[in-house]
Every structure is written in C-alpha cells, then in structure tokens.
Design a protein around this ligand. Structure first.
Ligand code: PBG
Length: 326
C-alpha cells in the first residue's frame, strides 16, 4: 500500500497534472487595478513609497484605464485627489469633481471597463478625516452619512458602475442604498469596505492621496486588528443594509477574516492588497531579497485561496502580464 504522501507526490510530478488538480486559480479576470487621478495635474507624479505607481492627470488616467482593459483586467478602482480641500470635503460630491470627470472620460473611452468609485471624504477634507468633525475634532457619524450619500449619487450620475464606500461610518451602506435608489440607480451595486482595519499598511496610500489625518488617527471608526468576530458583525450589518459585495482590507494580515466572511455571508468577497503590502514587496525585490514575480503570484493566489473572489492590487497590471506568460 502506498503512503498517502506518495499519492500526492504522483499528482505533483508532471506540470500538466499539477495544473489540472490545482485548487485555486488566479487570472487577470479576478483583479482590480487602483488608479489615482489628480485634478489640475500637468504630468504624472511618482509616488515615492509605491514604485511604479503615480498620481495621474485626467488624460493619464484614461490612458491607464486603456492599458488595464487591454491586459484583461475587468475593473479600475478610482481615487480622486482634488485641487483644493475644505472642512466638509465638498470636492467629493461636486458634479465636476475629479472622480466624476475621470469616470465620465474613462467610460467614454473604455465603455466595457468597470469603473468602481472609491467613496470617502478623507482625500477631500482639509483635516484628512473620513467624515465631518465636531468642535472637539471628533468625527460625527450621522451628519457624515448625508454627504456620503450625496457623493454616491454624483458618482453614479457620472457613470460609475459600482460604488465602494471606504469611510467606515455606521449606517452608510443603508444611507447610500436609499439615496441611489431614490435617484433611479437601483441597479448600481455597493461594494462595501466592511471589515476595514485601522492598519499601518495604509501609509504609502496616505502619501499618495495626501489623506493622512492632521490630528489623531482612525481608530475611532476603523477596526481593531485584533478582532475577527467584530469583522463578521460589521459584514453582517452591511449585508442587512444592502451591500452587494463585501470587502476585507488589508488582505495579507487578515486572510482568516476573508475566509470567515466568505463562509458566513455567502456574498462575493473582495480583498484589498493595500499600499503597504505592495511597498514591502517592492522594497524587498529592489534590494534583491526576493523574486517579485514569484512573491506576487503566490500572494495573490493565497488571497484567492482564503476566499476572495476579487483581489484589488497595485500589482494587478504586473500580475496580468506575468500570467499571460505562464
Ligand atoms: C480611504 C482609503 C484608504 C485606503 C483606501 N481608501 C486610506 C485610509 O483609510 O487611510 C487605503 C488603500 C491602500 O493603502 O492601498 N479611507
């Protein structure tokens, strides 16, 4: 009788057989590429802590969207950086706001590419928090909901295919759903950043979007990294309020949360392989300490294995190219 291990080894011997019995697949069709578009920018500005990623002018974002589509990646996740910021973050819901302009331009040039609009105020507020502040500088949940709902509607009017709230205010999914429905956008889905942890891995993004809070931190509204059951409760609330896809963010330190949410909700799950996760791999690869291609494909596969249907990654374009060659 063969040892069970021998049986597994038999299946590993030939590449074709190994591929046939592979449990998890990764393809460009699973990926989403984040795009940073900045108002009134003349030329791309490289983001220092994210080698290979830049803040793009409007035309650059449209060109980037074209590259993404040509690689077989189905969607971009749009982040806007406005020319000016204020206390309320009014650039977020302006009809001619940068995300609205970019959405229109990208949809006109590449109608089949899905535009997912990130919805948050922190890129637009002068204080860098994700909501309105009271006199003591604390985020006011309920008053913020109205501004988020307004932003969602303006993004949908601009042609966004999916609205992705990343602010973590309580009740936002319900408020956004109601506002979208009231404006006739009953078919526009909500991809909710449901389990968004207060993470050190957002550092490079905040440099990119100029959205680091000017005082305090986000622990008041983002989740404690120690909590997985709470993530399930957050996800459940968003499901009840009408979320269509649930997101876990960051991805790698929270693979267990991805698995549990996928099992518990039965909804499609997205995972965000965030800026700091990208920066770590880039830095180690630049130092010659690891093989970037192998590390990225292993990482993205592991996020899929944990239960994510959709993986949002700054490595999406690279991965799509590498996958074409395998
Ligand atoms: C906005 C937002 C953040 C990210 C996505 N949306 C930053 C934050 O919460 O500070 C981070 C994405 C990344 O690090 O790649 N709230």
């Amino acid at each position: 009788m063969a040892f069970p291990a021998t049986r597994m080894r038999r299946l590993r011997q030939t590449p074709v057989l190994r591929d046939l019995v592979r449990e998890t697949r990764l393809s460009a069709a699973d990926l989403v590429m984040p795009v940073f578009v900045e108002e009134d920018l003349a030329a791309p500005v490289a983001i220092e802590a994210m080698p290979g990623i830049s803040r793009l002018p409007l035309a650059g974002a449209v060109a980037e969207a074209g590259e993404v589509a040509a690689l077989g990646i189905p969607a971009v996740l749009l982040f806007g950086i406005p020319a000016g910021k204020d206390e309320e973050g009014s650039g977020a819901w302006a009809d001619d706001g940068i995300v609205q302009q970019a959405t229109r331009a990208i949809k006109a040039a590449h109608p089949d590419l899905l535009v997912i609009a990130d919805l948050c105020l922190c890129e637009y507020t002068s204080h860098g928090h994700c909501g309105l502040l009271d006199a003591e500088g604390r985020v006011v949940n309920d008053a913020t909901l109205e501004l988020l709902a307004r932003t969602a509607v303006s993004q949908a009017r601009a042609g966004a295919d999916v609205i992705a709230p990343s602010d973590m205010m309580d009740g936002r999914v319900g408020a956004i759903r109601a506002a979208l429905d009231a404006d006739g956008f009953t078919d526009v889905p909500i991809l909710a950043y449901s389990a968004k942890f207060a993470s050190a891995f957002y550092g490079p993004f905040r440099e990119a979007a100029g959205s680091a809070p000017s005082h305090g931190d986000r622990h008041g509204y983002q989740m404690d990294p120690a909590n997985a059951r709470e993530a399930l409760r957050e996800a459940q609330l968003d499901v009840e309020e009408g979320a269509d896809v649930i997101m876990v963010k960051p991805a790698l330190p929270y693979l267990d949360v991805i698995r549990r949410i996928a099992d518990a909700t039965g909804l499609p799950v997205a995972a965000y392989n965030v800026s700091g996760e990208y920066a770590m791999v880039k830095a180690a690869a630049a130092a010659g300490w690891l093989d970037e291609r192998a590390a990225v494909l292993e990482t993205l596969t592991s996020i899929r294995r944990a239960g994510a249907d959709i993986v949002i990654s700054y490595h999406a374009k690279d991965a799509a190219r590498w996958l074409q060659k395998t």
